[in-house]
Design a protein around this ligand. Structure first.
Ligand code: NDP
Length: 390
């Protein structure tokens, strides 16, 4: 039986992972499930999957978790230390699906114990790509992409040399506002930004799809994971969300990966890798679909894409600055403090400020330094919000 843990089990990716595992309960020994504030879901899944341990990231939720697990043999724990402890428990395969930079430290711990880490948490790669890859190498662990675009690239590269790659094209649905007049974006509401045309995902990534902050993070993730030059990475708007990525080779050939917009594709590929097994996902009927459309993204509509270029050109710890500023700007948008378009204004100003002021950007990529610059960027984003926006 394969020992499995899921970090971020109560979220959209975590639940899709559980859906796959629950279909073959005899194949998996569930070590740990972690969540945040959705205690009822965490306890229900931990009991159903007979997990050894259930952890909530928030200490004030421990009494509720204990109560929900009452009478079962599942151990309960809470807080950051417990989260790290969960990631440290020996497992063969660990899903990293906590949202935000909070997923970085547990992911590193899972790699340190030699697990195969299925990485949905793109923020880890954006903030600390080199650290993550180096940790995997040092501990003979494996990092598998779960983002649908990166899983698609990974699959297109099977049997290929990265030196034969000319370009990598990742696609974007364009999000909720792809067809809105750009001047209307200022007035976009939280409810409108939280509704995705094709994918059913957590709220934060759905809003990040509308602004293309999500795609900006994925461009950086592509650079970090596959080690290609930023000039080799392209983004195309593809409203159908059926082609997830294409790899262009030096002979002019393009390898595309197609599949229904269902994250169980990429999660299942990482779960069964290097084999392919049956997955309960829709089979595409291309004749019924009829046509696939692609267009270049409009950078006025999606300024985050240009910011990703700035981040990659600058290098060092700029990815952590970008991610932190983006996370705080998103918090402020969700809380109703700023407009949709203010998010990109905030990240632009924080990038410029910290790039010109802080030598920390060029410091070593350690968890401490990433955490320090993350906090600095959050404070800067809050200050910009308080003084300049609105
Ligand atoms: P969700 O918001 O649905 O779930 C996030 C998970 O993280 C939940 O289990 C949540 O707990 C937990 N969590 C929240 N805050 C913290 C914290 N501070 N510390 C520890 N755990 C916390 O997110 P998604 O599943 O949509 O996304 C997860 C990751 O996967 C993100 O990095 C996202 O970018 C990436 N991803 C998601 C895709 C998708 O289709 N959803 C596609 C590709 C990548 P609780 O809910 O109990 O509070």
């Amino acid at each position: 039986m394969r020992k499995i843990s899921i970090l971020g089990a109560t979220g959209s990716i975590g639940q899709s992972t559980i859906d796959l595992i629950a279909r073959a309960p005899d194949a998996y020994d569930v070590v740990a499930l972690t969540g945040g504030r959705n205690i009822a879901q965490l306890a229900t899944d931990a009991i159903a999957l007979q997990a050894d341990l259930a952890v909530t990231a928030f200490e004030d939720e421990l009494p509720a978790l204990r109560q929900a697990l009452g009478g079962s043999s599942v151990e309960a724990a809470a807080g950051q230390k417990a989260l790290i402890e969960a990631a440290t428990r020996p497992a063969d395969w660990v899903m990293s699906s906590i949202v935000g930079v909070a997923g970085l430290a547990p992911g590193l711990k899972a790699l340190e114990q030699g697990a195969c880490l299925a990485l949905a948490n793109k923020e880890s790669l954006v903030c600390a790509g080199k650290l993550l890859l180096q940790t995997a190498k040092t501990h003979n662990a494996r990092l598998l992409p779960v983002d649908s675009e990166h899983s698609a690239v990974f699959q297109a590269l099977v049997g290929e040399e990265i030196s034969a790659v000319e370009r990598i094209i990742i696609t974007a649905s364009g999000g909720a506002f792809r067809d809105w007049p750009v001047e209307d974006l200022k007035g976009a509401s939280l409810a409108q930004a939280s509704s995705h045309p094709n994918w059913d995902m957590g709220q934060r990534i759905t809003i990040d799809s509308a602004s293309m902050f999500n795609k900006a993070l994925e461009v950086i993730e592509t650079r970090e994971y596959f080690g290609v030059d930023p000039s080799q990475i392209e983004v195309l708007v593809h409203p159908e969300s059926l082609v997830h990525a294409l790899v262009g080779f030096r002979d002019g050939g393009l390898m595309a990966h197609l599949g229904a917009p269902d994250m169980r594709h990429a999660i299942g590929y990482a779960l069964h890798w290097p084999e392919r097994r049956d997955l309960p996902v829709e089979r595409l009927d291309l004749a019924a679909i009829g046509q696939l459309n692609f267009r270049k993204p409009d950078l006025l509509r999606y300024p985050a894409l240009e910011q990703a270029q700035q981040v990659m050109q600058r290098g060092g710890l700029m990815g952590a600055v970008f991610n932190a500023a983006k996370e705080r700007a998103l918090d402020h948008f969700i809380a109703g403090r700023i407009r949709f378009t203010d998010m990109a204004e905030i990240t632009a100003r924080v990038l410029d400020q910290i790039e010109s002021q802080s030598g920390l950007i060029d410091s070593a990529m350690t968890l401490d330094n990433v955490t320090q610059i993350d906090h600095m960027a959050r404070r800067a984003a809050d200050a910009v919000t308080a003084h300049n926006i609105g």
